[in-house]
Design a protein around this ligand. Structure first.
Ligand SMILES: Nc1ncnc2c1ncn2[C@@H]1O[C@H](COP(=O)(O)OP(=O)(O)O)[C@@H](O)[C@H]1O
Ligand SMILES: [Mg+2]
Length: 316
């Protein structure tokens, strides 16, 4: 099956649910992509190239490196890592999606093949007129950033003993954060999502199955994915909806923003995540608070019996 815009193989055909095997294959692709990006970052650092921000890295063409590739083993590894990553995240022109080429604001002009259905802080979402799938375009932001994530701060003595141990603030993210987020959506049982590619302007393109949107402001607090663990307010404050802890692949994640606009119903009526805001849980910062460290150790093995874990978050 080929993507109608890029002509490249896709695991997300229109009209048909990929099913558990298809979802497992999509998740496998997400993991391989993250590993390839990590390898590329490590190789870049070894030749002294910075990886934060990672916008240059994500757009690197292996042939830009071909002259240097023969220089020594480190450059050879960098060229090989760039080629391996590029095979998983191709560079695709905005024109391939029907947006005008060589236009100052190509996306603003629209595409005859895509119908705009929504726009949030991070992405512009369109529905493909070919097959009904949703295409999301994550536009680059200032200073090489894209999408969103969280930055954490530990309580300072001046904040007083009643302040939460950690404060989480939303901030702009990196391309790695965005690739992690897309993998996390699926890992938490969300809508099947695939990375399509990146445009030369640095717009990351992903596609997702279409779901039925929920009524504006619907209360979803009791129907969030089961593997999300409420975080006692004394441990963490975030000015975001539904701050949660999740263990995915053995790693703790901080996940928030799963409100009605970021959930849909799939074709058999299940609620599924389409978008979230996440960051690796700051385990080292959290460990500085003995109560929180103890809670983290326990919830990993038993999400239900942690300290105050059975209460609703607004009571904590
Ligand atoms: N798979 C989907 N099915 C139905 N509607 C969607 C889907 N993905 C996105 N949308 C619509 O587009 C909006 C923005 O998409 P989203 O992925 O939440 O981007 P952002 O990160 O910018 O919030 C959503 O709130 C929703 O209304
Ligand atoms: Mg959203």
């Amino acid at each position: 099956m080929q993507d109608p815009f890029t002509g490249r193989p896709t695991r997300l055909p229109g009209g048909r649910d990929p099913g558990p095997d298809g979802e497992a294959a999509l998740q496998h692709d997400h993991q391989r992509r993250l590993e390839a990006f990590a390898r590329l970052g490590a190789a870049a650092q070894k030749v002294g190239i910075g990886t934060d921000p990672d916008d240059d890295l994500v757009l690197w063409e292996a042939d830009e490196l071909s002259l240097l590739a023969g220089a020594d083993e480190l450059w050879g590894e960098l060229a090989a890592a760039a080629a391996a990553f590029r095979a998983l995240v191709p560079i695709v022109a905005l024109g391939a999606f029907g947006f005008p080429d060589d236009h100052e604001d190509p996306m603003g002009e629209g595409s005859p093949h895509l119908r705009r259905i929504g726009s949030g802080v991070e992405a512009s979402a369109y529905q493909s007129l070919h097959d009904g799938l949703i295409y999301k375009f994550y536009l680059p932001r200032e200073e090489g950033r894209v999408g969103g994530t969280f930055a954490f701060e530990a309580r300072r003595p001046a904040d007083g003993p009643d302040a939460p141990a950690l404060q989480a603030d939303a901030c702009l993210g990196s391309y790695r954060d965005l690739l992690e987020k897309l993998a996390l959506i699926l890992a938490l049982g969300g809508m099947p999502t695939e990375v399509v590619g990146i445009t030369p302007e640095g717009v990351l393109v992903a596609k997702q199955r279409l779901g039925e949107r929920l009524p504006e402001g619907a209360d979803v607090s009791s129907s969030l994915p089961g593997d999300l663990i409420p975080i006692p307010a004394r441990f963490l404050r975030a000015h975001r909806d539904h701050p949660r802890l999740a263990f995915v692949g053995g790693r703790p994640w901080f996940v928030a923003d799963i409100h009605a606009k970021n959930l849909v119903r799939d074709s058999i009526g299940r609620l599924r995540v389409i978008d979230l805001l996440a960051a690796p849980f700051p385990a080292a910062l959290a460990a500085a608070d003995p109560l929180m460290r103890d809670w983290l150790d326990r919830v990993e093995h038993d999400p239900r019996t942690g300290l105050l874990a059975a209460s609703a978050d607004d009571e904590l």
